[in-house]
Design a protein around this ligand. Structure first.
Ligand code: SF4
Ligand SMILES: [Zn+2]
Length: 145
């Protein structure tokens, strides 16, 4: 099992940290709704872990995570003693089966998985096909003018 820091967080068993979209319609309403919960994060020693798990900026999160109140992935309020170092988020991996997924494998020094390999191959074929079409298109343009 992975680390169990979540078992000893002050917010354990408490609700309202990640409200659904229909519970607020503005930053003001979000502040009213979640702002009071920020004090729960005050003594929490796991703010960095919390942010690395929720990835609020990349997930465009609304609610409380890591001692901050987030709106659409942007911090709009925070407990007093936050540190920028707590904000590090692991980069989200691109979905497998896409060209970006294949690039991500390369970036991590892995060989691409079968679905990424196929996506990269298909993209390559598409590029070559569209390149092959280009001169004809140009001739056509000249013929029209
Ligand atoms: S920082 Fe995260 S884990 Fe800690 S109390 Fe706040 S919401 Fe819970
Ligand atoms: Zn893959």
């Amino acid at each position: 099992m992975s680390s169990d820091w979540t078992l000893s967080v002050p917010c354990r068993g408490r609700n309202g940290f990640a409200p659904s979209d229909d519970q607020f319609n503005s930053d003001r309403a979000l502040r009213r709704l979640c702002g009071p919960l920020l004090t729960v994060c005050g003594p929490c020693p796991f703010r960095a872990e919390c942010i690395a798990t929720v990835m609020p900026a990349q997930a465009k999160f609304d609610g409380i995570a890591g001692g901050r109140l987030w709106s659409n992935g942007v911090v709009i309020d925070a407990v007093d003693d936050v540190f920028d170092e707590e904000l590090a988020e692991p980069k989200l991996r691109a979905t497998c089966g896409t060209e970006a997924g294949a690039k991500d494998h390369a970036r991590h020094g892995e060989s691409a998985c079968p679905s990424c390999r196929q996506a990269a191959r298909e993209m390559d074929v598409r590029r070559k096909t569209s390149k092959a079409r280009q001169p004809k298109q140009l001739q056509l343009d000249f013929a029209i003018t």
